[in-house]
Design a protein around this ligand. Structure first.
Ligand SMILES: [Ca+2]
Ligand SMILES: [Ca+2]
Ligand SMILES: [Ca+2]
Ligand SMILES: [Ca+2]
Length: 426
């Protein structure tokens, strides 16, 4: 068994930045994540864009993406050579948001013909400043242009030499998102009932989110607003009507209806007139547009926000997800962790049995046999420590088809002709 698995590592090309130094040529630009929906879900492609200065008109930004109904997130850093006040200009059709130095400075997430927005910020020479642009295209023309002007810099597109790619945000419905304020991880699942969301959250090592303060609620609303208007949180009064508890700890934080009282020390953010227990409502949602809360019936289905205090790992793959091979072909399957911390360890499994020596990102099985058909998963672990068992990739093995020779084809044609002639006579 051991001999059969040849494992190859993926060459990790690290383009190191000398401390405080500029990016090397290979990494200049911003990381663009291209999504197949206007909600920044269904990640279709990532690439480094040397500039964000596009007018796709009625076309598509890349193959695999439609002409309409897509969204893009660009992340990275902008590093000026002179200190001073810089003005950033965004021209967008349709919606756009801009973050500079982790602060949202443009929030125009709406359908619109090309419209210019701007924001100014003091930058220091040689200091990378985090930048992020969210963009979506509905229908018709599609434009997104990022420009700047500042000391010794006339208004122009930000050239690649001032840009360094970031890590991206990933798919909101596939990835865990780390909150830089409390270092917890969050993921959106669903839509489903509150009870189903609770069960899945616990299976993932988390819980339906406890919103501890305004900062956490606001961060969640900004993060998941593109996906949905509202999502379930851990608040509920299932056990006792009017006694609102957080599911994670069971602690009571609110007593009564809208005219009730908060338990001292707990944060609450009910919408006006809520909770109202209208026709029996025992679980709470957060409106992602405003951050306000509402109680809802347990039978309703919504997206659910999962919070995790333990490290969580994002990954792409395994790729390909499904492979059909003939006997003796070679099988290759790869997983790609995103933004792991420190050294990453891998262990591949076939049908839940560890594969000896299957300990790198890429698994290769030379000359597959029927016994190799099955489901392949990989346990990925980093130094957070976070660990995840990936989705499964399926391998199907079929009989080796003999190559048809010219003679064989000629015989077949003759046979068919003779059969047809005999049928006609009969
Ligand atoms: Ca448009
Ligand atoms: Ca929390
Ligand atoms: Ca209730
Ligand atoms: Ca309500």
């Amino acid at each position: 068994m051991m001999r059969k698995y040849f494992i190859m590592g993926i060459l990790m090309c690290i383009f190191g930045l000398a401390s405080g130094g500029r990016a090397t040529a290979q990494t200049e630009g911003l990381l663009g994540e291209y999504y197949g929906t206007v909600n920044m879900t269904e990640l279709r492609a990532t690439r480094i864009d040397s500039q964000v200065f596009f007018d796709w008109q009625n076309g598509s930004p890349l193959s695999g993406l439609g002409m309409d109904y897509f969204s893009i997130c660009w992340t990275g850093f902008v590093t000026p050579v002179e200190s001073g006040i810089y003005t950033f200009y965004l021209t967008s059709d349709d919606g756009v948001r801009l973050w500079l130095d982790e602060t949202m400075v443009v929030n125009q997430w709406k359908g619109q013909s090309p419209t210019e927005y701007s924001a100014s910020l003091t930058l220091e020479a040689g200091q990378p400043c985090p930048i992020r642009i969210d963009y979506y295209e509905n229908t018709g023309g599609a434009v997104i242009k990022l420009e700047w002007e500042g000391p010794g810099q006339t208004r122009s597109a930000i050239a690649a030499e001032y840009l360094t790619p970031g890590a991206g945000i990933g798919d909101r419905l596939l990835y865990w998102h780390r909150n830089p304020h409390n270092l917890h991880y969050y993921k959106m699942i669903g839509p489903m009932t509150w009870a189903a969301g609770k069960a899945q959250a616990e299976a993932m090592g988390g819980y339906l989110t406890t919103i501890n303060d305004a900062a956490e609620g606001q961060w969640l609303a900004e993060l998941f607003r593109p996906v949905s208007d509202a999502a379930f949180i851990g608040a509920n009064d299932i056990a006792e009507e009017g006694t609102w508890v957080w599911d994670q700890t069971g602690e009571t934080f609110w007593n009564g209806l809208a005219d009730g009282t908060p338990v001292p020390g707990f944060y609450t953010n009910w919408n006006s007139g809520e909770p109202n227990d209208s026709s029996d409502e025992d679980v709470a949602t957060i409106y992602l547009t405003s951050g306000l809360w509402n109680d809802l019936n347990v039978a309703r289905e919504r997206y659910c926000i999962v919070e995790s205090d333990i490290g969580q790992l994002n990954y792409d793959g395994p790729s390909p997800a499904r492979t059909t091979l003939q006997l003796e072909d070679a099988y290759e399957v790869t997983v790609t962790p995103r933004q792991p911390v420190g050294t990453v360890q891998y262990q591949w499994y076939k049908d839940d049995t560890p594969i000896p020596g299957g300990t790198l990102a890429k698994l290769i099985v030379f000359q597959v046999s029927y016994e190799d058909a099955g489901l392949y998963t990989c346990q990925i672990t980093d130094e957070t420590p976070a660990t995840v068992r990936t989705r499964a990739a399926e391998l199907i093995v079929v009989k080796k088809l003999p190559a048809l020779s010219v003679t064989g084809l000629a015989c077949l044609a003759t046979l068919l002709a003779v059969t047809a002639a005999m049928r006609k006579r009969a």
